[in-house]
Design a protein around this ligand. Structure first.
Ligand SMILES: Cc1cc2nc3c(=O)[nH]c(=O)nc-3n(C[C@H](O)[C@H](O)[C@H](O)COP(=O)(O)OP(=O)(O)OC[C@H]3O[C@@H](n4cnc5c(N)ncnc54)[C@H](O)[C@@H]3O)c2cc1C
Length: 445
């Protein structure tokens, strides 16, 4: 778990009680005030926080219930992490159908944010691969929820997938894993000089590759605005020449580095960002590079540095991830990058990717057709918030949406405009459940 009930951005810092859950057969503990499930705290803002209330810590629900190695159907408790699933399933030839950029998230957290990965254009989001799950309500009622089956709670399924933990506690879930040849990925990195090139490579790669994503240098200006590296990949088998027992598994990850403490000021700042972005863009000289890499370094590069969120110092950081509809994406992304470049407050990690057209199953799911841009900003107070407001204005104008899992400050108006099913969703909220995010989005604070 991240630090005692905090979120990954370490902002906002709030005070709340913690109640661990360990037995899925038991009712929820009797606690005063509002309740909210808490997985592994990998959400950045306040959607996993409950100021003044109680967090129901689900990591203790960590048992595998059943795994069929022929069909790839896995049933496990909701506090099991994606890392634990990979450890169990990959040696038997199975992998997650959808994975976010860290494997340290719980199944419950992945459901509640209907998380997406680099293969959204072909595989949709996490909810598409759920067969069913159990929802435990504060009154002790248990509901079996499955997609497309009214008798088995499909409306509750749609409310809970992407439902921000507000409909009850998911105690266990059953998911369909997908076959892979092994732990290796064949990756190709393509340098691109601007947004037009990004969209051209992305359109072509969506036809040819399962995984696509780009890193962009968001401090570049003028003609270089939107330059970056496009990385596309496929699962692959070990090559014949090195398929010996010793080399048919990826080399163990290098010794785990970790930020041992929170530095007094953010290490990510104007001085460090510009050279970082410049070097990162120029580290690959050739226009294209091919690599065979282990799944860990392809999917989870940041997991190699423990507690990397501490490098942003005591004030923490804010992530901004949005999706813009296809027709507005080119212009909207350019406008956002121009704003960021002008402000000089670049992002250490700026990730651009196109989502596919497959509709998400959740009432409040974030993934939808269009282009998603994710950015991290050190929390420098009023100036950072002012920049984020300007980015939100571009998102609103384009008819896009901001991702609640990454948010600590979007306005209630923007949330309601971009998640129009919020009214319908309200009927499914557990009356005892709430979160910092939800009170803000409903203007209850
Ligand atoms: C480095 C990094 C990379 C990331 N990359 C991506 C990405 O590529 N794509 C993406 O979509 N997200 C990404 N994320 C965000 C992350 O995947 C989500 O925030 C995820 O939901 C976190 O899961 P968690 O287990 O830590 O849950 P928490 O953050 O603790 O909680 C998340 C939500 O789940 C609810 N919840 C938790 N457990 C349960 C339960 N048992 N029942 C009901 N509700 C529950 C909580 O109430 C809360 O609303 C990334 C995060 C990090 C730190």
């Amino acid at each position: 778990m991240s630090e005692a009930g905090q979120s990954w951005g370490r902002f906002p810092r709030v005070s709340q009680r913690l109640a661990p859950l360990r037995d899925r057969a038991k009712p929820l503990p009797a606690c005063e005030g509002a309740l909210l499930p808490y997985g592994n705290g990998r959400s950045y803002g306040d959607s996993c926080l409950n100021p003044g209330g109680t967090l129901l810590q689900t990591r203790g629900l960590d048992r595998f219930i059943a795994f069929d190695a022929d069909s790839g159907v896995l049933r496990c408790e909701a506090g099991v992490t994606l890392a634990e699933i990979i450890d169990l399933a990959l040696p038997q030839g199975w992998f997650l159908p959808v994975t976010p950029g860290t494997r340290h998230v719980t199944v419950g957290g992945a459901i509640a944010n209907d998380v997406h990965g680099k293969n959204h254009h072909g595989w949709g989001s996490f909810g598409h691969h759920l067969r069913c799950f159990e929802l435990l309500r504060s009154d002790g009622a248990r509901r079996l929820c499955a997609p497309g089956d009214a008798a088995r709670g499909d409306a509750w399924f749609a409310a809970t997938v992407g439902g921000l933990g507000l409909t009850g506690v998911v105690t266990w879930a059953e998911l369909q894993l997908r076959r892979v040849a092994g732990p290796w990925m064949q990756a190709e990195s393509i340098r691109f000089g601007g947004l037009d090139e990004f969209f051209a490579v992305s359109a072509e790669s969506a036809q040819t590759h399962e995984y696509t994503v780009a890193w962009i240098d968001c401090l570049a200006r003028g003609a270089a605005l939107g330059r970056g590296h496009f990385i596309r990949a496929e699962h692959c088998v070990a090559q014949a020449a090195d398929a010996s027992a010793a080399s048919s598994r990826p080399a163990s990850p290098p010794p785990r580095l970790a930020m041992p403490l929170v530095p007094p000021v953010s290490l990510v700042n104007r001085l460090s960002l510009r050279p970082f972005n410049w070097f990162y863009y120029h580290r690959q000289r050739a226009p294209r590079r091919h690599d065979r890499v282990g799944y860990q370094s392809y999917f989870y590069p940041l997991d190699g540095i423990g507690e990397w969120n501490r490098m942003y110092g005591p004030r923490g950081f804010l992530q901004h991830q949005c999706v813009l509809p296809p027709a507005q994406a080119r212009e909207g992304v350019a406008a956002m990058l121009a704003q960021i470049s002008r402000s000089g407050r670049g992002s250490f990690l700026a990730v651009l990717k196109e989502f596919g057209a497959r509709p998400s199953l959740g009432m409040l799911s974030f993934p939808r057709e269009g282009t998603t841009l994710a950015l991290d900003f050190p929390n420098d107070g009023a100036q950072t918030f002012a920049l984020l407001e300007r980015l939100d204005a571009i998102v609103a104008e384009a008819g896009g949406a901001v991702y609640p899992a990454k948010d600590a400050r979007m306005s209630a108006a923007l949330f309601r405009a971009s998640y129009p099913r919020w009214r319908e969703f309200q009927d499914y909220i557990d009356p005892r459940f709430s979160s910092g995010f939800w009170r803000r989005a409903m203007e209850q604070v």
